[in-house]
Write a protein that binds this ligand. Sequence first.
Ligand SMILES: [Zn+2]
Length: 337
Amino acid sequence: MLSFKLVYSDAYYLPIGEHVFPAEKYRRIRDRLLASGVTEASDFLEPESATDQDILLVHKPEYVNKLKTGTLSPREEMEMEVPYSRDLVEAFWLAAGGSILAARQALTDGVGISIGGGFHHAFPDHGEGFCMIHDVAVAIRRLQRDDKIRTAMTVDCDVHQGNGTAAIFAGTRTASALLPSAGASTLDSSSLASALPGKMRGAHAGEVFTISLHQHNNYPLWKPPSSIDVDLPDGVGDDDYLAWLDNALSSGLRQFEPDLLCYLAGADPYREDQLGGLSLTIEGLKKRDELVFRVARARNIPVMVTYAGGYAQNVEDTVTIHCNTVVAAKEVFAPKK
Ligand SMILES: [Zn+2]
């Protein structure tokens, strides 16, 4: 048995038909985790749907109303890039409920993983890039409302920038624009930054600090500023990626003490991803997961995990990458002897 819980429901499946987003990945991840003996049935928790009130902590009433009544404009539906249906609305409400549960579990167990979620391209008033509802933001706002946490940090390792996350939490930033350590603060990170391809941009955060590591030359075209954005050039491989992630985490955690770390473990920085242009290996992606978990555990910061994107040529690779995130958590969060 694991020392933490996996949040999963068969109803995580997104009813979007033939689509580059492999909606069946969630069930396949669950099945593989069980078949390989990494987990057992009792490790899984079934989530409940988020309530409309939860969704409204992040999203505008007009947008929520359009989703519930099926009155999105054709343009709004096109921008979402998934075909609207009532069933799809329900799947996104459930994803948000799953993220709330995973975040609560993180606070008790140190880590909580939803085998779903990570819809980081959803904005308060519209959806885009396969994302209708920003489940991670809903979870953060719900736990804040319940006084379970005051602050949170998002660490978004999907290959695409977390534009929805940046936009949602931009409003909570303070005016003082304090740049993180891309240039100056320690010898270590400045020499690292100048030796690596890519660049780090930053803005000071309020109660939610947002970090995004992504391929610069990729969707979304307009990238609203996160607290730290690491813009990676095409083709970055394991070593440079891990060095940048380490650098961004150190820089963020020097400036900010989160009560909860929300890790978006996208599988799409993988070298064989159809929608990504980075060159990470399956092993490199597992090291990425371990790095995030080790840093969080060393500082006693609870981590909630969601899965975000993953569009490998071979769906089995996407499933392997996502399963490895659970394996990495199992290794790093093994009970101390
Ligand atoms: Zn992505």
